[in-house]
Design a protein around this ligand. Structure first.
Ligand code: AHG
Ligand code: MN
Ligand code: MN
Length: 338
């Protein structure tokens, strides 16, 4: 960390000066979101200690209250932190089937918030890193409340995107379209402090990250690519090392800092109906904006992720994301050029 101590709040305010038209509403929106992340971080941190929190959703604790799973807790915190501030006209979450309206009693704003409250939640019980992913758009619709139309957007329309990794320390990484900055939570102060200014992804890495248990069901291009980067070739830094956590936030965070490539290709068991896993709106779009802002790339194999417009809220998409040279090489294999 440099000598200058910069809190997340100060950084957000300084970013605001890059937008002379800004009213300060967007700044307050990000502050409110940050509070939700701190609350989630506190619960995630206690998860190993508090058995009620680890219980499956739908079970009851001693007082008969319904026990919340951590991803429902995270969903609830973000909703409660964001429903009344007057910044948003609508929200949508991976945990909720339909769009989430702003309750009638609260004022409406001009922004739209999409989020994955807890990513990698199947890892929680083993104390493995999980995260939150979020993305913000300007509203598009004209009615009083926001609508589905406000949530089904091209990734390049994002005004801001970010994630929090609840790992060995808690880190928040975000972009408003002017590069990427990373902050580490100082638990004693309760403040996120700038620890990673102006993050740039290495042009090329030496780590690949993919659930290799699915190899049989990958398309031929992906199979060939993964074979290729596992071969020995000192001139080009191969063989690559494999790292796969199974929490997209943590896997992409490592990729952003160390370089390399993270992939979740489609399952082509039925070649007529390839099935992707990761969600375009809550996972692929925000992570792609962040990685592109850091100088990286994100593709389905033949299309830039940020150019995609979802047809439905929970649409899934194949994803290859990371260092520009690694993603470029993947595209060559995917298209059959190599
Ligand atoms: P979520 O916990 O939000 O449902 O997302 C899980 C995702 C993502 O975090 C991760 O990259 C991927 O699922 C792991 O999937 P596999 O277990 O199939 O590898
Ligand atoms: Mn997820
Ligand atoms: Mn999730």
């Amino acid at each position: 960390m440099s000598g200058k101590i910069v809190t997340l709040q100060r950084h957000i305010m300084e970013q605001q000066t890059l937008h002379p038209e800004a009213s300060g509403r967007f700044t307050r929106l990000l502050w409110d979101l940050t509070l939700a992340f701190k609350l989630i971080a506190r619960e995630v941190n206690k998860a190993g200690l508090v058995s009620e929190i680890l219980g499956a959703a739908g079970t009851h604790n001693v007082s008969g209250d319904t026990v919340m799973k951590l991803d429902q807790y995270a969903q609830d915190r973000i909703f409660k932190a964001m429903d009344h501030g007057g910044h948003l006209c609508v929200m949508a979450s991976e945990e909720v089937e339909d769009i989430i309206p702003i309750p009638d009693q609260f004022p409406l704003g001009h922004y739209v918030l999409l989020f994955d409250p807890l990513d990698g939640s199947s890892n929680i019980d083993a104390n493995v890193s999980v995260g939150t992913i979020w993305s913000i758009y300007h509203r598009k619709s004209r009615g009083r409340q926001g609508s589905l139309e406000d949530c089904l957007r091209h990734g390049y329309e994002q005004v801001a995107a970010g994630y929090v990794v609840y790992g060995s320390s808690v880190m928040l990484v975000y972009t408003t379209g002017h590069g990427v900055a990373g902050f580490t939570l100082d638990p004693s102060l309760g403040e996120f402090l700038l620890s990673h200014p102006a993050i740039r992804i290495p042009a090329r890495g030496k780590i690949y990250s993919i659930n290799e248990g699915n190899a049989l069901f990958w398309d031929a291009g992906t199979q060939k690519y993964i074979q290729y980067i596992k071969q020995r070739d000192e001139a080009t830094n191969r063989p690559y090392s494999l790292r796969y956590i199974g929490s997209m936030v943590a896997d992409v965070h490592r990729t952003l800092l160390y370089g390399g490539i993270f992939l979740y290709p489609a399952d082509c068991k039925d070649p007529q109906k390839p099935k992707a896993k990761l969600r375009l709106t809550y996972e692929a779009h925000p992570m792609s904006m962040i990685v592109e802002q850091a100088g990286g790339r994100a593709t389905t194999g033949d299309m830039r992720i940020l150019n995609l417009e979802p047809k439905s809220l929970h649409e899934r998409v194949p994803l290859a994301i990371g260092s520009p040279e690694d993603v470029g090489m993947y595209e060559e294999f995917f298209s059959g050029k190599r």
